[in-house]
Ligand binder design. Structure first.
Ligand SMILES: Nc1ncnc2c1ncn2[C@@H]1O[C@H](COP(=O)(O)OP(=O)(O)OP(=O)(O)O)[C@@H](O)[C@H]1O
Length: 261
C-alpha cells in the first residue's frame, strides 16, 4: 500500500498564498503527473509530500497515517539535477542510503550486511543500465546516466512513494525517450506510487495514470497574494494504465516493459 490522501491543504509563505485548498486522493500504485504554469506551486506541493515543507492548513496522510514531518526512507526523490553526490562513485551513491540508515554517524556497513547491500546495489545499477560504470563518478557520466543513477539511489530504499521533480527536463529528446521506457519499467516492477512534476505534457501523458493540473484561477496582480493555485484539471489516462499489468487495449503503450527494450 502507498496511498496518499491530501485534504484541504493550504500553503502560505507569510502573506502569500501559494496553494489553496488542495484535496486529492492518490490511490496506491498510481503514477500522477503534476502540470501547471511556472510558479503555481508544483514543487512546493512535492516538497510537502517529501516532508521538507509543512502545509499551513489541512492534512496529508500516507496509508491513512499523518505524513511524517520530515523526509524518510518511505519517500524517495529525484530532482532535475544534483540528486547524486559528486564525491561518491556510482556504487557509493546507490549504497549511501542503506549505509546512512544502518549507521547515521559513520555512514558505513560492515561484513554480511555490507555484502548484501552491495549485491542489491549492483543489481539495481544493472537494472538502470549502469553496470559498466560502477566505479565512475557523476562528473564522468552523461546527464541521462546521472538521472538513471539518481533513480537507482532512490529505489534502493524501496520507497512507498517516489517523488520526481522534472527529473528528465534537462535531457535531450532521444535520451529522454529512453529514460521514459526505463521509468515505465521501474514503475511496473516496484511497488510504489509515483508523483512527478513536469512541464512536458507529452511526458505527462506518456508515463502517468492520471494528470493533475494546478492553476491560479485568479491571477490578476492584486489577487496574487490573496489567492493560491488549486486543482484545475484531473484527467485519468484512457485506456487506463495499471501498474504491473499489460493493457489489453494498448499493450505496446502500457505493458510492463522488459529489460533491454
Ligand atoms: N521557501 C519559500 N519562501 C517563500 N516563497 C516561496 C518559497 N518556496 C517557494 N516560494 C514561492 O512559492 C511559489 C511557488 O513556487 P514553486 O517553486 O512551488 O512553483 P512551481 O510551480 O514548481 O514553479 P516552476 O514550474 O517554475 O518550477 C513561488 O511564488 C515561489 O516564489
Amino acid at each position: 500500500m502507498s496511498a496518499l490522501t491530501i485534504e484541504n491543504v493550504w500553503k502560505e509563505y507569510g502573506d502569500q498564498i501559494v496553494l489553496e485548498d488542495i484535496s486529492i486522493e492518490i490511490e496506491s500504485r498510481a503514477f500522477v503527473a503534476l502540470v501547471g504554469p511556472s510558479g503555481c506551486g508544483k514543487t512546493t506541493f512535492l516538497r510537502m509530500l517529501l516532508g521538507q515543507e509543512q502545509q499551513t492548513r489541512g492534512t496529508i496522510l500516507i496509508d491513512g497515517t499523518p505524513l511524517p514531518r520530515e523526509p524518510g526512507p518511505d519517500r524517495g526523490v529525484v530532482f532535475q539535477r544534483y540528486s547524486v553526490f559528486p564525491h561518491l562513485t556510482v556504487l557509493g551513491n546507490v549504497l549511501i542510503g542503506k549505509e546512512m540508515l544502518a549507521s547515521p554517524y559513520s555512514g558505513r556497513l560492515f561484513g554480511a550486511a555490507r555484502k548484501q547491500a552491495a549485491e542489491e546495489a549492483r543489481a539495481l545499477i544493472a537494472e538502470v543500465g549502469l553496470e559498466h560504470a560502477l566505479d565512475k563518478y557523476p562528473a564522468q557520466l552523461s546527464g541521462g546516466m546521472q538521472q538513471r543513477l539518481a533513480l537507482a539511489q532512490a529505489l534502493i530504499m524501496k520507497p512507498k512513494v517516489l517523488l520526481l521533480d522534472e527529473p528528465f527536463g534537462a535531457l535531450d529528446p532521444g535520451i529522454r525517450a529512453e529514460i521514459h521506457t526505463l521509468m515505465k519499467r521501474l514503475w511496473h516492477e516496484n511497488p510504489m506510487t509515483v508523483v512527478m512534476v513536469t512541464h512536458d505534457m507529452r511526458e505527462a501523458f506518456t508515463l502517468a495514470t492520471r494528470v493533475i493540473a494546478f492553476e491560479r484561477l485568479r491571477d490578476r496582480p492584486e489577487e496574487k497574494i490573496r489567492y493560491g493555485a488549486t486543482i484545475s484539471r484531473d484527467i485519468p489516462i484512457w485506456p487506463p494504465r495499471i501498474a504491473g499489468m499489460a493493457s489489453l487495449i494498448r499493450p505496446d503503450r502500457d505493458g510492463p516493459v522488459t529489460q533491454g527494450q
